[in-house]
Each structure stands twice: as structure tokens, then as C-alpha cells.
Design a protein around this ligand. Sequence first.
Ligand code: UD1
Ligand code: CA
Length: 463
Amino acid sequence: MIPYSFSDVQVLVLAAGQGTRMRSAKPKVLHELLGKSMLEHVLITLESLNVAGISIVTGHGSSQVQASINMHHQVGWVLQAEQLGTGHAVQQGELSCADAEHVLIVCGDTPLLRSETLAKLLKEHITSSADISLLSAFQDKPHGYGRVVRDEHGSMLHIVEERDADESTRAIQEVSSGIFCVRKSILFDYLKKVDNNNEQAEYYLPSIVSLAANDGCKLQASQMDDADEMLGINDRSQLRQAIKVLQARVVMDWESQGVSIEQAETVRIDVSVHIGTDTLIRSGTQLLGNTHIGDGCDIGPYAVVDRSWVDDDVNIHAFSHVECAHISMRGEVGPYARLRPDAHLDEGVKIGNFVEIKKAVIGEGSKVNHLSYIGDTEIGKNCNIGAGSITCNYDGANKHRTVIGDDVFVGSGTRLIAPVEVGDGATLGAGSIITRDVQKHGLTLSVRSEQRYVKDWKRATKK
Ligand code: UD1
Ligand code: CA
């Protein structure tokens, strides 16, 4: 995607902090935005840059953080056993930067960063032969960020954390994203000189700026065009804001690829979802995980489709819940249907209201239209399963299978006591309890109790 190569840049991702402000048992960087953790978002962005290597500094919950990162991400791990500040965190990564010319430092809690923005920072850093380059932005509400202090010529002097800033410094709207690219030959020397004389008694990475400025090093701050990209997530309300920004990006991206999204602010579409052209996603719908939606589909309103495959021209009507299921072409589901894991619908299948399907294959053109439970079942082609029919698959200890052939008509209210097989072309009389295998064709029904008429019966009346 990005035609640059930054083969002499080593990346350090800072992810050792506890994230106290999240008030969570989970390490902060593992909180998710649209189906991926903050840290995964940052890694995916970094991976498209072609850098020499990526190392992640962990500390708080390090084993949990390491376990969360899939094997296909090629990263190194650095331990910061005690979290003494961002400068101290970078120091721990010195060994992993041994072969690098420049070190790019990125915080694990800024998941909205775009790779183009980082590429621009690196390019400017390298072409201008800077010693320290900072990614900064103007924020209307700079609260919580480090402020960039410049001299009268515009040269960067130092970065002051909010807690350490006086009133006039707090009024500065240019803030630090926490992302730096630093020439390695100076980085670790300056870090050794950083002290912790600040409100948090921490060793701050941004403190290298004033040390380097005093020595006449070449410093630059590149301002990013889209200030939302640097949103740092420290608490749950910032997490919500970041999700909102990310969701708007995802929606606009799908719109540009021919997808219509009704009342987009009510919809959730995870970042790993695929949606085909001419599909309409209606209000309140959630598309989760690695869900695939084909072309020409109509989904929702208020449908949830989670980790599922949906072929072309499928309709999923209101309030349906689809989880780990497969719906083939021209399928129709809902309203109010539930497809549970391993529900597999072949082409043109219709699943109607208040029907639950679990671990079952429904053959081409078959219909289960009303109020049924179908579990551990195989149904052939062109069957009609009548209203209220149920596969009784569970005996309290084990699950048993029901197998139904092609062209079977199951009358309403039939109970199939599994294990049981029904031959092709069979008709099951309404209300039957099927306990034994059913022959092909013909009518099979369980013996019905006699119907009586009570002539002189009177309804009770109110006293
Ligand atoms: C930091 C910057 C601030 C900047 C802001 C941008 C410092 C001192 N401040 O503030 O200038 O405007 O980010 O979002 O750098 N971490 C460690 N080890 C530590 C401490 C922190 O790995 O000992 C990690 C955290 O897990 C986090 C990142 O560093 O991912 C930033 O730390 P955080 O505490 O969120 O810093 P901010 O107060 O947001
Ligand atoms: Ca932060």
C-alpha cells in the first residue's frame, strides 16, 4: 500500500502502563475498538510501513498482552517491569534498537493513527536530517496532552505535560501526540539525562526535547492534518469517542465502495467485516468480527450478524441474530430469527420468525417459516417444515441427530424425537410425535387421540 521503505527505522510501541483511568482489570491496550484491540490497530498501521522491526514494551499485564497478539504479527517484546514513565519505557528497548539509525516511538493507546501520517513524519525526519521529529496537532480542547512550547522563531523548545503546566502554557493548543522519531545516536544518551522532577515523579520521554534543544540539535514538529488521529485513549469516554471516529471512517469507506448505510450513527460495523456492492445496511444493525456480506443484500433493521458468511442477494430481516452461520445466495432470514453456530443454509432457504437453527444444514429451497427449533439436523432440498415443529435433539445427557430427505413435508407441530431419519418425499401429519425412522413417500402420522364433542357443556360465568 505504502511505497516507502524505512529499513533503518526500529519502532518501539509503548504499552506497559496500567491505564488506571480506564478503571479496568484488563490492560488498557487490550480494550477494543470495532473488534480489534487498541494495540492490534496500532500494529496493523505500523506493519504497512516496512520498518526494520517492531518491538512492544509491556509491563502491566504483560503476559495477557503478549497472548493477545496473534502469531502472524512479527514483533519483539521488551519488558518494563516497573512503570517509571514513558522515557524509562523507551530506555528498556535500547537493545532492540541496536541496528537502527532512527527509532520511531508510538504509544499503544493511539489507535486512530494512519500509516500515511507516520510515513509523512518519517520522510520529513529523514529528508530534513532532523535529530528529533515530533508529530503534533492543534486541538480545540488540548486538555490532557503535553503542550508544545516554541520560541519566537517557531522552533520547538520543550514539551510540558498538562500537570506541570502553568496557566499560559495550558492555553497552548499545539499538543504532542506522544509520537516521536529520534536519531538513535542521541536518543539513549539523552534518556540517561532525563530526571523525574515532575508532578508524577516519572521519567518522561518528552523531556529529551528540551535537553536536545539546549544542545542545538535539529528539532522539528510535523503537524498532522487530521487532529482526530492522535486521540489518546486514557479513559472510557475517550474510548467511546475514538470508536465513533473510527466507525465514521469505516462507514465512509464502505459507502465509497457502493454500500448504502441507513442512519449510519446507529450502526456498528467492525473493521474486519466485508460488505459487497449494492448492499443496504439498515438502522441499528451490527456486523461483527470477520463477517462477510455479499452483493445486493438487505440487512436489518436491528439485525446482528456475528462472524458469519452471507452470500449475495440475501435478506436478513429485522431483529434477527446470526452467529457463526453460513447463508447461501438468495436466502431469507427473519424477522426475529436466530441462527446459532454451524447453521448452514443452502441456496434460497427461508427461515421465518421465531425460528432457531443450530448445527444444522438446510437444503436448497427448503423453508422453516414459523416458531421452530431445528438442531443437530440435516434437511434435504425443497422441504417444508410446518409451524411449531421441533427436533427433540437432547435427552438430558447427549445430543442426537435428525436426518430429513428431499421434498419432505412436515406438518405443523410435529416433534421429531432424535435420533430419527425421514425418507425422501415423506409427509408427516400435523401434530405427530415421530419416534422411529420414516419411510420414503406416503403419509406418516402418530395415532391421534379421538376428538369428542360435549353437547350440553356450558362455559363458566362470573359470579
Ligand atoms: C503521553 C505524553 C503526552 C502526550 C500524550 C499523547 C508523556 C510523559 N506524556 O501522555 O505528552 O500528549 O501521551 O497521547 O510521555 N507507558 C509505558 N510505560 C510507562 C508509562 C507509560 O509503557 O512507564 C505507555 C502507556 O501504556 C501508554 C503510553 O506509554 O500506552 C502513554 O502513557 P500515558 O500514561 O497514557 O501518557 P499520557 O498521560 O497520555
Ligand atoms: Ca495516553
